[in-house]
Design a protein around this ligand. Structure first.
Ligand code: SF4
Length: 335
């Protein structure tokens, strides 16, 4: 089994999604608990233990279910952007992942109170009745990596059929799209993929699907009519990074109909202080450290501004050269 131990909060033991998850995991032995926070993160569990020992927690997200996203987070920044939290942590192991400095434990938490999250979405749509509003999934996890187990995605499609002014983004590196392919595509639901060139995917995105399989998944969904977002993020400097991106972008242009692409977000690698500390500790040999970083405008560790803008503009020009529309391109989390 993927998980060593499975903890379930008593309050969700009969929840529809809890039952679906347990069934998908072939009904493992579970440990009933009062609250996830009584156990999860109570003792520091080193990040790399995710390779050999991963526990699962199933529970109810309490407190704020949906949060306002920071500036320059998404496309169409004139509209409000929110992210919702339905999971913590991830089965993949990207060397730059911000989760390694965020939680005290890499164990997976799945929240199953999707009805409550969806009620809150409806309420926010009423608050913003006169404008478009964006919701993003996957801030603290990968949206689809466990979608075949969690099985909540169809219910979000169902909801957004009736919320025409609202937009939903699922963000993933996964190719776990079987369940999604069978859904009816919606104009206001965007499936977005984080992509890096093949060489970088191999080096930095450990345990994730290969570059080719990701492109195939993007292509399949786009050809079936799904709206696609692309995140070239994090862009990591290497001597030949422009050549690597040229190859990647030409592959995308060949395989993904441009009309289905809603946006392309470009973001250069960046870390909070805590995450950078963890990256240095967990991956001391990584080529990520080959370039010099500075502390930048928002206290995050980044390349210096001229270098970032030079890299971002270079990739933007490559996109334009391959007929990806300039209006669809934006820089993520830049000044
Ligand atoms: S896919 Fe995203 S959430 Fe998962 S390890 Fe990679 S960066 Fe982190």
């Amino acid at each position: 089994m993927l998980f060593e131990k499975v903890f379930v909060e008593k309050q969700v033991k009969e929840n529809l999604y809890t039952l679906k998850i347990l069934e998908a995991l072939k009904n493992p032995e579970t440990i009933l608990i009062d609250k996830i926070e009584n156990i999860f993160e109570k003792v520091k569990k080193p990040y790399l233990q995710k390779r050999t020992n991963l526990n699962l927690f199933i529970g109810r997200k309490e407190g704020q279910l949906i949060k306002e996203a920071p500036n320059a987070y998404g496309f169409s920044s004139e509209f409000p952007h929110y992210y919702f939290i339905h999971s913590y942590n991830c089965i993949y192991e990207c060397q730059y992942c911000y989760l390694q400095g965020y939680f005290n434990s890499p164990d997976i938490v799945l929240f199953v109170n999707h009805e409550e999250i969806q009620e809150e979405m409806k309420r926010l749509c009423e608050v913003h009745a006169n404008t478009k509003v964006w919701f993003h999934a996957g801030e603290f996890s990968d949206s689809f990596a466990l979608a075949n187990i969690t099985q909540e995605v169809p219910s979000y499609f169902e909801l957004f059929k009736n919320l025409p002014n609202a937009f939903l983004e699922f963000r993933t590196k996964s190719v776990n799209i079987k369940q999604i392919e069978n859904l009816e595509p919606l104009e206001n639901v965007v499936i977005s993929f984080s992509l890096s060139p093949q060489e970088q995917t191999k080096k930095y995105d450990l345990q994730t699907p290969t570059f080719d399989s990701r492109i195939k998944a993007v292509s399949n969904l786009a050809k079936k009519g799904f709206k696609i977002g692309l995140h070239f993020d994090p862009i990591i400097f290497e001597e030949n990074f422009d050549k690597q991106y040229e190859e990647m972008i030409s592959k995308i242009a060949e395989n993904v109909p441009e009309s289905q692409i809603v946006y392309i977000s470009l973001g250069v690698v960046r870390f909070t202080k805590d995450v950078y500390f963890e990256v240095q500790k967990n991956y001391p040999e990584s080529e990520i450290h080959a370039s010099e970083f500075i502390k930048s405008f928002d206290n995050k560790t980044r390349y210096n501004k001229p270098q970032r803008l030079w890299m971002l503009n270079k990739i933007k020009q490559l996109c334009i050269r391959h007929n990806l529309s300039e209006e669809k391109i934006y820089f993520c989390m830049e000044e």
